[in-house]
Design a protein around this ligand. Sequence first.
Ligand code: ARG
Length: 594
Amino acid sequence: NSIEGTVCIVDELKKVFEIAITSAYPDLDDPPVVITLSGNNPKFGDYQCNSAMPISQLLKAKNVKTNPREVANNILNKMPLTPLIERIEVAGAGFLNIYLNKAFAEHVLKCILQFGVKPPPVKKEKVIVDFSSPNIAKEMHVGHLRSTIIGDSICRVLEFLNHDVLRLNHLGDWGTQFGMLIAHLQEKFPDYKTHSPPISDLQAFYKESKKRFDEDEEFKKRAYSCVVQLQSGQPDFIAAWKLICEVSRKEFQKIYDRLNINIIDRGESFYQSRMDAVVKELKEKGFLEEDEGRLIMWGNSESHEGIPLTVVKSDGGYTYDTSDLTAIKQRVEEEKGDRFIYVTDAGQYTHFMTIDACARRAGIFKNGQKIEHVGFGVVLGEDKKKFKTRSGDTVKLIELLDEGLKRALDKLVEKGRDKVLTPDELKKAQEAVAYGCIKYADLSHNRINDYVFSFDKMLDDKGNTAVYLLYALTRIRSIARTAQISESKLLEEAKTSGFKLAHESEWKLGKVLLRFPEIILKVANDLYLHSLCEYLYEISSTFTEFYDKCYCVEKDKNGQIVNIFYERLMLCEVTAKIMEKCLDILGIKTVSKM
Ligand code: ARG
């Protein structure tokens, strides 16, 4: 049964312990069921239940004379039979040390070998992930790169769990800056309607128009009138606006293509037609207050804590806040979303918490929905200062990716790989390493911290890096290749002689692999990808330990294969499958040779 390969051990343990605890202490309501991983010392078992201490406290408060050890023993006596557990020991001050059942583990791993790495079953949700979201005509900077990488990986983990994920690019594609851009376009390329203007560098174009705007009163006036015409939907002006958006969007697409990112454009402009109605409703319900000519909305009507949203500017225009308020309403009511995730730099945390509070006040959230802000820190250079080029300019993303490619190739050549791989294999490896290392460096750090961008560190083949993991994976893959054993042959062996974790280090690796569903569910819940990276690293180091101690294929001194340990090759195969799935969720392409 394919579903048996997806069991989440920790959740299953929670279930059986809950049964034992409630039957030992039926009078306690909601007793704590605390199950944790035991850590590295095998004498504490594989998992631990630490409920005895808090339960004995609860009982003491009810004047029951007891101690944690006694509570632990009472729980133990009420344990239902379960295939998961081999034995349980009461230790120390009332810890319950849980030892997993090997036969059960072998069965689960065999299912994975047979059916592939499948997601643990969860209730399907519609999840809206707002990520990347650069601004038209401005540059896409390293902050947007982080949002793109983190957001894509969040989508991937949720998609793996079979949720219905809507990947939205909330482009900054509306606003008064379009007035000067259109005015400049009309001036510079008068026939823009018939001949697509050759704007190659939109940022330079933006700078030029800004300069005109700041220096020339006439131009400024025209820019303002352009905004008005655009907002009233004049076809020529809409056409000009579209043109500018397209030029910009094409540039962004180059980055998305390189990084293999799927995303749907739905920028601020999408919500324009809905804003009047939203503002009207908020006004009527009395949520808006006047403040120096503008209309604001507080998240909390009494305390006036934090910063209010500016819903209508003093000139009557709408803002970033108005578009986000309208967007959340659209996402709740039209998209029927269950989860609303926003991936931006940590600096926008307050903004989104205010949107969240206002949406609740305004009755947009009806069933306990909420905004989940996935914040991240700033990207720093190796000097721990804001990330800049050597000459002090901001880094262009395409140039950054190009440098990644160059450095990745250098690394592969340094290791002599250009002599072993075909040109095509070398190119694939180069891209996998370059983009993989940039993504992994970002994802493997706790996102909330600032992070230092260093090609030297991310291309190191020792330590927790993409290069190390990609090498580890190809090495595992090559084990089966040397033995010349196909996957179907392995499956056949698994069916006839079964999956066996005989050696201590096989058992250890098996138990690490069994934690995959637990890690996935955790990441899908808290949206911290670095735990998946830590897990991946743990798999690969535990694998190394296993491979050092256990022969998979035994050869004689002439290099002839004399013995093949099928069970170990099966373990290699499951390890590779799970590692591949983890890398896939991180958006990292794997290669069979590098
Ligand atoms: N364009 C914004 C920026 O560059 C990010 C938009 C994030 N999404 C949103 N719904 N506000 O900072």
